[in-house]
Design a protein around this ligand. Structure first.
Ligand SMILES: C[S@@+](CC[C@H](N)C(=O)[O-])C[C@H]1O[C@@H](n2cnc3c(N)ncnc32)[C@H](O)[C@@H]1O
Length: 216
């Protein structure tokens, strides 16, 4: 089995993770048993992180025991694969939609390393006090001020040397600007706030862009 990145395998031509809860599907994904493992195929059309793996993301800083902060978890499609990647860690899933949160609660009942947090990511100081400093913050919220929201969360909850992955849809940030202008601005903002941008992955034809940066 080819390992694309730690914990992410290529199964039947698709990225896949080892199912933390064998037999359980989260969003209708295909399950494939190989030897003593069950893999969940990770659909790049449903998940920007899977698309980024396919498009050559060079590193995914999630270890088996990593704490990860996930901003904009929605119903848990991508977050569930992150939970597969850190079976002895935790995925803190921040989401402000009540409807999505109802799905996340159901999911977390079966996946003990997922912790749903109903909150606006603009206010990280209001998260439950149990939240620890994380190795990775993954952000997928499509807000105009998403870089500022990310930095605020990193100030509270990212370890020194930790990394951020930010899904960027340029048109959600500024409809009138050229996408490259938006990227330049977002990257300049992160640099000014003490991050080193490591890579920018274009996700077409699946989605938009994913930006990876490290806190100095
Ligand atoms: C594109 S969807 C996320 C999809 C998800 N990351 C996945 O791959 O499965 C964006 C989500 O971000 C949430 N969101 C947007 N702004 C937010 C904010 N300020 N705080 C928390 N969640 C937010 C929305 O409610 C929505 O569920």
């Amino acid at each position: 089995m080819k390992e694309l990145l730690p914990g992410v395998y290529e199964v039947r031509g698709s990225p896949a993770t080892v199912n933390l809860v064998p037999g359980m599907r989260v969003y209708g994904e295909r399950l494939v048993r190989e030897g003593d493992r069950e893999y969940r195929l990770w659909n790049p059309r449903r998940s920007k992180l899977s698309a980024a793996v396919l498009k050559g993301l060079s590193s995914l800083p999630i270890r088996e025991d990593s704490p990860v902060l996930y901003l904009g978890a929605a119903s848990g499609t991508t977050a569930s694969h992150v939970s597969d990647l850190c079976p002895r860690g935790v995925v803190y899933c921040v989401e402000m939609s009540r409807r999505s949160m109802a799905d996340l609660y159901q999911l977390a009942r079966r996946r003990p390393n997922m912790v749903p947090i109903m909150a606006d990511a603009r206010n990280p100081e209001g998260y439950p006090p149990l939240l620890e400093r994380c190795e990775l913050i993954y952000q997928d919220i499509a807000q105009r001020d998403q870089a500022a929201i990310l930095v605020r969360n990193a100030d509270w909850y990212l370890r020194d040397g930790g990394e951020v992955l930010m899904a960027v849809k340029a048109k959600s940030i500024d409809v009138s600007a050229e996408p490259w202008e938006v990227f330049e601005k977002e990257m300049a903002f992160l640099k000014e706030k003490g991050f080193r941008v490591r890579e920018v992955i274009e996700l077409e034809p699946y989605h938009r862009h994913l930006l990876r940066a490290r806190k100095k």
